[in-house]
Design a protein. Sequence first.
Length: 377
Amino acid sequence: MSYVDRVTHDAALYPTDRLGRAQKAAAEAGLDALLVSPGADLRYLTGYAAPPLERLTCLVLPVGADPFLVVPGLERPAALASPAGALDLDIVGWAETEDPYALIAGRLPAGAARVGLDNHMWAEKVLAFRAALPAAEQSLAGDVLRELRMRKSAAEVEALRRAGAAIDRVHARVGDWLRAGRTEREVGADIADAIIAEGHVRVDFVIVGSGPNAASPHHELSDRVIESGDVVVVDIGGTTADGYCSDETRTYCVGEPPAEFGRYYEVLERAQAAQLAAVRPGITCEALDAVGRDIITEAGYGEYFIHRTGHGIGLESHEEPYIVAGNTLPLEPGMAFSIEPGIYLPGAHGARIEDIVVCGENAGDAMNLRPHGLVRL
């Protein structure tokens, strides 16, 4: 990708109106300001992937006043070079001997009584803001910002599609590394290298769960040697240069699987297919969870489906909306999430099938296009 293309994608992914939209949403929530530290919220609002440091970096969005970004003086050139530098945003560098919390408190409008702090702000910074703004009530900025971030723009959907295609290419190569006699850790190292080679800038996770480890949904890696007849769950994901994440699970078998596994894998495949087909505007998150869970339960495996159906995805691997019982949120166009039912028999084996899906105007739009059937190696 050329530099010109890079700028074009940044402009589409990080439009200039997000600061104003966040200020408007804060006002509607009864807040006087949002204080946003490094992380997904800051990148969403400005395009700046600021490093999380002990020195304070904070985007300040006062209601009824101009926003500004406070950064350590030595980080100001990087902030200016990021997409944030192209915004109508005052980027204020603070010197080593200055108090950035007092600086921000002094620039907030007089009488700021309620401030929303970034959900992932470090505790030491939260407490420093409490000391600098003793009269202000603190609440979570995420309650405001999640409403903006949940509904992806067309540019964000294309970024997720690129991430999905990149992780598809990794799964297409798993057969090159996954075989009897190798350890999960050895296979995982090859997969991690491929995640970078196929278009990501960061590996977020690599799960290679073989044999009885396949029954542990978040097993990750171990020194267990893969054996003939092992079922292997491979769940992998990373972050692209755009900042958007991938996440995909496929289940493999080295040789012939156990008889019981074949029976429940057919149930799992049918459940996931039904959930993919059920994605549409208006269906609630809990109803979508129930579509697959009911199929698995009716087949006698309900107690072995031990996690939610899915999680939202975007600038974070896990974000709103969550596809889980009790979440009555109706899906809307632009919402992106995983569909990943699983069946896990403790001490024996397990399976999961996962795709990222975006809710479209009438149906789901899959970001992952690999086959769903058991892959025999």
